[in-house]
Design a protein around this ligand. Structure first.
Ligand SMILES: [Zn+2]
Length: 460
């Protein structure tokens, strides 16, 4: 009699199979699951994990993908061999250095967590990852400079901290890659109106831009996002899709959760790091060439000065920043630019909370105590003079008239078109909190292929 083979929970992580000129890591996972969806048991939806958005060598979204499944050793190795074969060749020109890792869930412990946290908030060294792979004896495969292993390991070790969202991605027929995406704009507007905030960031009425259609040559036709995976499957059918669909996948993601801000352990200023802090405005904001706005702030804890920049494309958001005045109290969060300006770091602003505004005054000349006419200034610190009476008032001070501030305390985000994948959009702040205990616990329950995999027959 054959001895039943031991079944383990496995984690497979894959990164950097996309490139600047098309391809997409999520589509790679779609192809893997097309092949294996009936051969393995997933214990969670396929994962799409966004990492530090400020990494300069990232291709586009800095996202890595993974699956968690139950299988015996032979089945797991089988799928990994298939992944190895499918990994695209490295390309310097396309900045593509794919990597894949297979690990038993039980060997991924706390130590990996520190790498995951670092991958979300700063820069992980490849050596650190290679050492960990060696120490834990993980199966891996990497192309080119092996940088894909960083994301691959991060997905394997990733644990959700309560919040998460789903994204349903549909893929195009290969013959349409590079052409304009044919989805009716009217139907996208309707989707936004009907399902927001449960389904968020679908259409930006402020700039009249659909947000579900990516630009570029990649295979993704569209992506819709929600806390509710079931709703996504229903809602996608309300869209008027005017081109053939290859199929789709629903990913569980850390998108739209502010995950990068939550994972900060030490908040240190450093190139390419995620950073947030409570600060006071030190100087009046300056408008820069290109319409960007820069303001010098002081960290209220360590008194360190740094620049905060809001870029021109963020329009209204940038205008809010330009109306700040010295002593306003703020919470600022974003990524640190990889160059110093006037010996100070620069934070690319992603999220702004105005905590307290100070009064703003306008200086006007005082009135003449004798005739009541407005005095005229005799020059800086020279006092005032009445033209009518001819008398001088060397000690008179200008009058301070309070003026209405143009900004109010509150939370401010760039327009939806300029938001990062990880940024929690305003719509999600009013989302009914429906996190169940079972979502928080890592339950070994099976997720069926009909839950996460969308066959093209779904649309016809
Ligand atoms: Zn006078």
């Amino acid at each position: 009699m054959a001895v039943p083979k031991m079944v383990y929970e496995w984690r497979l992580g894959i990164d950097d199979t996309d490139s600047l000129e098309g391809g997409c890591t999520t589509h790679f996972m779609f192809n893997i699951l097309k092949e294996f969806k009936h051969k393995i048991k997933l214990v969670e939806y396929p994962l799409l994990i966004r990492l530090n958005p400020n990494i300069p060598w990232k291709t586009r979204g800095n996202g890595a993908v993974g699956i968690r499944f139950l299988a015996n050793e032979e089945q797991a190795i089988n799928i990994f061999e298939y992944v190895k074969e499918m990994l695209p060749p490295p390309s310097k020109k396309l900045k593509r250095n794919s990597g894949a890792i297979l690990a038993k869930a039980e060997v991924l412990k706390k130590e990996i967590d520190s790498i995951v946290r670092k991958a979300l908030t700063s820069v992980v060294g490849l050596n650190e990852v290679l050492k960990m792979i060696q120490k834990k004896e993980l199966l891996y495969h990497a192309k080119g400079n092996k940088r894909g292993l960083i994301g691959a390991l991060s997905v394997c070790g990733y644990e959700f901290l309560g919040d998460f969202t789903y994204e349903l991605l549909l893929y195009r027929s290969p013959e349409n890659y590079g052409t304009k995406r044919s989805v009716s704009l009217e139907s996208i507007k309707k989707l936004e109106k009907r399902f927001s905030p449960q389904i968020f960031s679908s259409y930006d009425f402020e700039t009249n831009t659909p947000l579900i259609l990516p630009r570029g040559k990649d295979p993704v036709l569209l992506g819709i996002r929600s806390k509710n995976a079931e709703l996504l499957k229903k809602a996608v059918k309300t869209l008027d899709i005017l081109e053939p669909v290859e199929g789709g996948l629903i990913f569980k993601t850390n998108q739209a959760t502010d995950d990068h801000f939550k994972r900060l352990s030490k908040k240190e200023l450093g190139f390419n790091n995620v950073f947030y802090s409570t600060v006071k405005v030190s100087k009046k904001p300056e408008r820069m060439i290109g319409g960007h706005v820069r303001v010098l702030v002081k960290d209220i804890k360590n008194e360190e000065d740094f620049w905060v920049v809001a870029y021109e494309p963020s329009k209204r958001f940038r205008d809010i920043v330009s109306k700040l005045i010295p002593e306003d109290l703020l919470w600022v969060g974003g990524g640190i630019r990889d160059e110093m300006f006037e010996n100070r770091y620069t934070l690319n602003l992603e999220r702004l909370i105005i905590l307290r505004t100070v009064n703003e005054y306008k200086k006007i000349n005082p009135d003449c105590p004798i005739c009541g006419k407005k005095l005229t200034s005799k020059g800086k610190n020279q006092g005032f003079k009445c033209k009518k009476c001819g008398k001088s008032y060397p000690d008179a001070k200008p009058k301070l008239i309070p003026i209405k501030r143009q900004v109010m305390p509150g939370l401010y985000l760039p327009p939806l078109t300029a938001q990062r994948h990880l940024t929690k959009p305003l719509e999600r702040f009013c989302e009914y909190n429906e996190i169940k205990n079972s979502d928080l616990r890592h339950e070994k329950k099976e997720v069926l292929s009909q839950d996460f995999f969308i066959d093209k027959s779904y649309f016809y």
